[in-house]
Design a protein around this ligand. Structure first.
Ligand code: IDP
Length: 150
């Protein structure tokens, strides 16, 4: 089973979209492994988005993600990284398919409601940046027998 890091960004928290994002991941069949409401520090923001350090929007991105709380989550399931990215939709909400989270809730790339890891390597890195090992909960859900083949 894969794990992926999903974060409702400040715009999503302010706009009361946390519950819907959680519901979508639950209903899809994924299992919640960790979650918390938190402020992102400037150091964490710069580390999380370090691949964009040279981009013109980097400063704006760091300011935005530190401006108000985020809701950070770890979800587990088969192909969690790829499937979650499909559920999020394209980076620019104006281009994201209706039915995806960004396609349903956003209009501009800088305010695209959610973050999701783009690879297994990113997921591992991002989960360890945002969560202590002790904050991740391992447990068995009997409902998984109804989600996966025996
Ligand atoms: P992703 O979040 O879909 O993986 P990335 O290309 O990794 O997309 O970009 C990270 C975040 O940076 C995006 O989610 C978006 O909020 C923001 N971003 C990307 N391009 C722009 C831009 O041109 N202007 C402002 N913000 C941007």
């Amino acid at each position: 089973m894969e794990k992926t890091f999903i974060m409702v960004k400040p715009d999503g928290v302010q706009r009361n979209i946390v519950g819907d994002v959680v519901t979508r991941f639950e209903k899809k069949g994924f299992q919640l492994v960790g979650a918390k409401l938190m402020h992102v520090s400037e150091d964490l923001a710069k580390e999380h988005y370090k691949e964009h350090k040279e981009k013109p929007f980097f400063g704006e991105l760091v300011d935005f993600i530190t401006s108000s709380p985020v809701f950070a989550m770890v979800w587990e399931g088969e192909n969690a990284v790829t499937v979650a990215r499909k559920m999020l939709g394209k980076t620019n909400p104006a281009e994201a398919e209706v039915g995806t989270i960004r396609g349903d809730y956003g209009l501009q790339v800088a305010k695209n409601v959610v973050h999701g890891s783009d690879s297994n390597e990113s997921a591992t890195r991002e989960i360890s940046l945002f969560f202590e090992e002790s904050e991740l909960v391992n447990y068995t859900k009997l409902i998984n027998d109804w989600v996966y083949e025996g």
